[in-house]
Design a protein around this ligand. Structure first.
Ligand code: KIV
Length: 263
């Protein structure tokens, strides 16, 4: 993906989009080398990197720090940066100022904001200011307290109607893609079919136009994974084994051996 037009083109040509959420140089470099279409510098950095329970404490400066490192690691990849909690909801002016700071300082290609009808005027102003916007519907983690926890969304008819209406409004406003998080597969399918812009799912089944996973989740760095995560590696186990081996070899004098010593 080079530009937002490539997202629409991928949908037209029925090519699935891959997106990975990650936060620093080396993982971004690996994503680019693996040919991942798009990197999301997600505010899940708050959970994954900082160890917070929610994404709420994440600051704009932290997102900019992560995004700069990701851009250095993946100079040729399309990068979307999450606008953190209350960096855009407070006012249209604040949203443009903060999104502008992200775009100017990080070299990102787009920003992502959470919500539907309630953030339409903000999305519109960002887009009219020349900042591409990715939407995010369903389980929107910045509203975790209002939603009553990390729960699947769109189970009731009322919720479904709202998500469908929000998706239509976001598309009309000009967002180039929408993340659908933790919604039933049939709802994601319906939304994907009526939108011309691509949907990128996480816990939204297989009918979305693309899939996004968090780097550390899909590589198995946590003890437990939610149902929607496929662990492509048992990272925590492998890293722990390597560290145990290092400790053991240092203690027994096996490391460093001749090959690792300057003469
Ligand atoms: O913050 C994040 O990583 C995200 C993805 C899970 C979609 O928003």
């Amino acid at each position: 993906m080079k530009t937002i037009n490539d997202f629409i083109k991928a949908k037209e040509e029925k090519r699935k989009i891959t997106m990975i959420s990650t936060y620093e140089y080396w993982s971004a470099k690996i994503c680019e080398e693996a040919g991942i279409d798009c990197i999301l510098v997600g505010d899940s950095a708050g959970n994954v990197i900082s160890g917070y329970e929610t994404t709420l404490p994440v600051t704009l400066d932290e997102m900019i720090y992560h995004a700069k490192a990701v851009r250095r690691g993946a100079p040729n990849t399309f990068i979307v940066v999450d606008m953190p909690f209350l960096s855009y909801q407070v006012s249209v002016e604040k949203a443009v100022e903060n999104a502008g700071k992200i775009m100017k300082e990080t070299g990102a290609n787009a920003v992502k904001i959470e919500g539907g009808e309630e953030i339409i005027s903000i999305a519109e102003k960002l887009i009219n200011s020349g900042i591409p916007v990715m939407g995010h519907l369903g389980l929107t983690p910045q509203s975790v307290h209002a939603l009553g926890g990390y729960k699947v969304q769109g189970k009731t008819q009322e919720q479904q109607k709202k998500i469908i209406k929000d998706a239509k409004m976001l598309e009309q406003t000009g967002v180039f893609s929408i993340v659908l998080e933790a919604v039933p597969s049939n709802l994601a399918k319906e939304i994907t079919e009526f939108l011309d812009i691509p949907t990128i799912g996480i816990g939204a089944g297989k009918y979305t136009d693309g899939q996004v996973l968090v780097f550390h989740d899909m590589l198995g760095f946590f003890d437990k994974s939610p149902k929607f995560v496929k662990r492509y590696l048992e990272g925590k186990k492998l890293f722990t084994e390597a560290l145990e081996k290092f400790k053991n070899e240092v203690n027994t004098g096996k490391f460093p051996s001749e090959e690792h010593i300057y003469q």
